[in-house]
Design a protein around this ligand. Structure first.
Ligand SMILES: [Zn+2]
Length: 111
């Protein structure tokens, strides 16, 4: 297979992919989303650490010594109909829920 034919096949697939993504987008827009369970779904990323100074001629600039794996808190939910997945990093304060691990009565009762 020559380079030109490969590129053409690739272009064809890229066009098809774009059309399919647009189709998914239309489905998601039409859907009356019904969200499934919210799950803790931390995001992985590469985090820079340390500082080293690089020098070239009279230029000097800081760069990280390296990168390490890190993650940040994130939650996701998926629509049970169209499969759209949404992410959020934000949390709302939760309502109070009964705490069965703590049996002691409050220190002062007000009746
Ligand atoms: Zn949906």
């Amino acid at each position: 297979m020559d380079t030109k034919a490969k590129r053409t096949r690739r272009d064809l697939l890229a066009t098809e992919l774009k059309q399919l993504q647009e189709e998914i987008s239309r489905e998601e827009t039409r859907c009356q989303h019904e969200w499934g369970e919210e799950v803790y779904d931390p995001e992985s990323f590469r985090e820079p650490y340390g500082v080293k100074l690089l020098k070239q001629g009279s230029d000097c600039w800081p760069e990280p010594e390296g990168y390490r794996d890190a993650s940040r808190a994130r939650w996701s939910r998926t629509c049970v109909h169209c499969g759209k997945k949404e992410y959020t990093y934000a949390q709302k304060p939760a309502a109070f829920v009964p705490d069965f691990d703590n049996h002691s009565p409050p220190s002062r009762h007000v009746y």
